[in-house]
Design a binder for this molecule. Structure first.
Ligand code: CU
Length: 129
């Protein structure tokens, strides 16, 4: 196998997300000791999603993560709804009004869409490397 520049780019992106992670860690949260036997990156990538009426933020944003890396989806909504993760298998996340964080991880490389079917929008595309 040759060198894989794409991989290095992913690592740099993950490091860039650390500031966000540190900010969130200060809010506490439970420490479960389980760790995947993954490729090393166990720091979660935090993705903030806001639903407000008929709009959602972000729309179609690409987020690079590593396979098996924890992803915290922090969902803030003015009313309850459902997020759809197009991973394999697919996952449906029901969120309440208010803020809730969902912890997910995608094991396989590829692009995984996070969608709101209510709004018919792709919210985030997780680029899993
Ligand atoms: Cu869907």
């Amino acid at each position: 196998m040759g060198s894989r520049p794409r991989f290095r780019r992913g690592v740099a992106a993950a490091a860039g997300g650390m500031a966000l992670v540190a900010a969130l860690a200060a809010c506490g949260g439970d420490d479960n000791g389980e760790t995947g036997s993954g490729s090393g990156s166990s720091d979660p990538v935090v993705v903030r999603i806001t639903f407000d009426g008929d709009t959602v933020t972000p729309v179609g944003e690409r987020v690079e993560v590593e396979a098996g890396q924890p992803v915290d989806l922090e969902v803030t909504a003015d009313q309850p709804g459902e997020l759809h993760i197009h991973s394999d298998p697919e996952q449906e996340l029901e969120y309440p009004a208010g803020t809730q964080t969902f912890k997910i991880a995608i094991d396989r490389p590829g692009v995984v869409a996070v969608e709101s079917h209510d709004l018919d929008q792709v919210v985030v595309q997780l680029e899993v490397q």
